[in-house]
Design a protein around this ligand. Structure first.
Ligand code: B16
Ligand code: MG
Length: 217
């Protein structure tokens, strides 16, 4: 593996907890369709694209719909979800995330976002973090969802660095797989039981620093 020159950050679950808002909006949709959607069910949607999330939700409810109807419901869920994210404030940034971004930037490490979300720009703007990212690759810029490495490879390309020079920070298993498939190192944020394939697993970005980053194999 090469020298570490860049860090690529997932958004939901790494920099901010938007999963709680996704959950409220998906649960409302499930209830309207006549079934329950639990917080455990919601775990299956982390890191997964909007349309795949809807497919998983409908599978849980045993509901089958036309493509047209699915698009309508995904839009409806997104409108509901956006009412929450439009009210987000910088105090919702997860512990240690902004300090780490500032420290890495100061040390000359390049920084990009690699998220499945089509709402990433809105969220970063609300958190007042947009300017800290040199490149933003989100759900509007990729055609293949994680575990495909496309989102991170595009991030490396935008920063003009090699994949081997990147470290990805991810909270979802599919995201860890995407990073490794792209020949990048990966720090998992969450449980070692779920993210065991990552090079290192930590509880949150408050446990990371430039010094620790440089010690990654
Ligand atoms: P949207 P990430 C992902 O964000 C979420 O983890 C996932 O739950 C969501 O379905 C996906 O974004 C798409 O989000 O509906 O806003 O386009 O973890 O890749 O930053
Ligand atoms: Mg995530």
């Amino acid at each position: 593996m090469g020298q570490i020159k860049a860090c690529l950050f997932d958004l939901d679950g790494v920099i901010v907890d938007t999963a709680k808002y996704h959950y409220i909006a998906w649960r409302e949709l499930a209830n309207e369709l006549g079934f329950e959607f639990t917080i455990e069910d919601n775990e299956r949607l982390k890191g997964v694209s909007r349309m795949t999330s809807l497919d998983i939700l409908l599978e849980i409810g045993g509901v089958s719909l036309s493509e047209e109807e699915k698009l309508r419901l995904a839009d409806k869920k997104n409108e509901n979800y956006r009412t929450f994210i439009l009210q987000m404030k910088p105090d919702e940034i997860l512990d240690g995330a902004k300090d780490l971004l500032l420290e890495l930037k100061e040390k000359g490490i390049r920084i990009a976002l690699g998220s499945a979300s089509k709402n990433a720009m809105t969220i970063l703007n609300k958190l007042e973090l947009t300017d800290l990212f040199e490149a933003i690759i989100d759900g509007t810029k990729v055609s293949k969802a994680k575990p495909d490495p496309e989102v991170f490879l595009k991030g490396a390309e935008a920063l003009n660095v090699q994949a081997e020079e990147c470290v990805v920070f991810e909270d979802a298993e599919a995201g860890v797989e995407a990073a490794l498939a792209g020949n990048m190192r990966c720090v998992g944020i969450g449980s070692p039981n779920v993210l065991g394939k990552a090079n290192l697993v930590i509880d949150g970005l408050h446990q990371m620093s430039y010094e620790k980053l440089m010690k990654l194999d």
